[in-house]
Design a protein around this ligand. Structure first.
Ligand code: SF4
Ligand code: SF4
Length: 431
């Protein structure tokens, strides 16, 4: 595949059957293919095993959707989620499939703004706009959506989204006291009961144990990838790792883990051979903050175009999704659900208060990734990350870590300004 000829494959008949706005979506498909070619396929010295992930993008609106339709035809529910707090293990154990629906595209925001207020986070608007404009095959294919109560923008949007697609909500507490743990376990049990009811399939200890192993294996593969990219010099670009982290929310988990492990084998050989991307002395940047949903590649592209390399994403599309495994040896349902609750309670989203563990985690990941500086990336109107940024900034000042804060949205309007700031930050690090 090359940058000039790359194209995301079109499936107009299937899109029509899914009730999409085919003419409009086809334009978006062409535009996305072009951006993908320029952003990813123009990179030099990419690992050969990235071919699988390029192919996944080429088929992102076709091949994977066909798989989901085949699963539905076989009676397996397809569930859309928006947050890493939704326990995928339970869905898998009920024979279901989870797909991430977070929006990273500017194209659907005007659709959302016809209904939602403008001054909320672009991730929520983008995802909601996909449904309003009928321009995302994933949100069209899901049987139902499972939202959560992590932030105000999301939890109030679920009420509106429910008029367009059945939307259920899992309550996530905002603190981590003992009473919250009790409530969380109760919510996990309710979630399991709801998934059983909707799928018509009981979640057994055996099936849940298998699902826990599948998810642990997927997370282990991503951990391995992240550890390998921390090598100095790094054997893979930050853009490519971000892409893989994004695909993790769409792809079939067993196949995905196998492909990530194959790539990791290649990266080990590259490390031994001293092969560097982009160059041995590139400034290494760690990104912390909000998730970057597909196709939000803006910051990574700007940083790497300026000659630096991103070596870690402390984010939900990043380490927050895979840093925690869970026990695999629970013998009964109560123990497994308790272990599962413990695993999910370790996720350190800024919607919690207090959230000291995230500050420690950012510093830990900075050291592990051998980065030279941190860029905290936030989306406009995301109050929790924008305010928690103050504490991250203070921690970096205390530790003498070069630090920059960027608050952005999905529009191209601030590209020039971010580029100038990124270049100045890299110069500051280079001294
Ligand atoms: S940032 Fe928080 S609310 Fe958003 S996906 Fe991550 S855990 Fe969920
Ligand atoms: S980025 Fe912030 S405001 Fe947006 S959905 Fe996530 S937590 Fe909510």
């Amino acid at each position: 595949m090359d940058a000039e000829t790359f194209e995301i494959k079109a499936y107009p008949e299937m899109w029509q059957e899914l009730g999409m706005d085919v003419a409009r979506f086809d334009k978006m498909r062409l535009m996305l293919g072009e951006i993908y070619g320029k952003t990813f396929l123009s990179q030099q010295n990419r690992p050969v095993r990235m071919a699988y992930f390029d192919q996944t993008i080429a088929e992102i609106h076709g091949g994977r959707i066909k798989e989901l339709l085949a699963a539905k035809a076989a009676g397996r529910p397809v569930i859309g989620t928006f947050c890493v707090y939704i326990p995928e293990e339970v869905v898998l154990a009920a024979g279901g499939i989870c797909v991430g629906l977070c929006g990273g595209s500017q194209g659907s925001i005007p659709d959302a703004e016809k209904i939602l207020p403008r001054n909320i986070c672009p991730m929520v608007k983008s995802a909601f706009g996909f449904k309003v404009g009928r321009v995302c095959p994933y949100i069209q294919v899901v049987d139902f959506v499972y939202g959560e109560t992590t932030c105000d923008a999301k939890k109030k949007t679920w009420e509106i989204l429910d008029t367009m697609v059945p939307t259920y909500v899992m309550e996530i507490p905002q603190m981590k006291n003992e009473s919250d743990r009790t409530m969380w376990l109760h919510e996990v049990k309710e979630f399991k009961a709801r998934i059983e009811e909707l799928s018509g399939k009981e979640v057994t200890v055996d099936e849940l144990t298998k699902a826990v192993r599948v998810m642990n294996d997927k997370r282990r593969a991503l951990q391995r990838l992240n550890t390998l990219r921390h090598a100095k010099p790094t054997p893979i670009s930050g853009k490519d790792v971000l892409l893989i982290e994004q695909i993790a929310f769409y792809d079939e988990p067993v196949r995905f883990a196998a492909e990530v492990n194959e790539l990791c084998d290649e990266l080990e050989q590259r490390i031994t051979a001293g092969e560097a991307v982009p160059s041995k002395d590139a400034v290494r940047i760690m990104v912390a903050g909000v998730p970057m949903a597909l196709p939000n590649w803006k910051l990574h592209h700007l940083v790497e175009r300026a000659g630096a390399v991103i070596v870690n994403e402390e984010s939900c599309i990043g380490t927050r999704y895979y840093k925690d495994l869970m026990a695999e040896d629970g013998q009964d349902m109560e123990t497994i659900l308790t272990d599962l609750t413990t695993r999910y309670m370790n996720i350190d989203c800024s919607c919690f208060t207090p959230n000291d563990e995230r500050i420690d985690q950012v510093l830990k990941e900075f050291r592990e990734s051998q980065a030279d500086g941190i860029i905290h990336y936030s989306l406009q109107f995301c109050h929790t990350y924008n305010i928690e940024e103050i504490r991250i900034r203070e921690a970096c000042a205390r530790e003498g870590i070069p630090y920059m804060f960027i608050e952005s949205d999905y529009s191209p309007e601030d590209v020039g300004q971010i580029q100038t700031r990124v270049e100045a930050f890299l110069e500051q690090i280079r001294g």
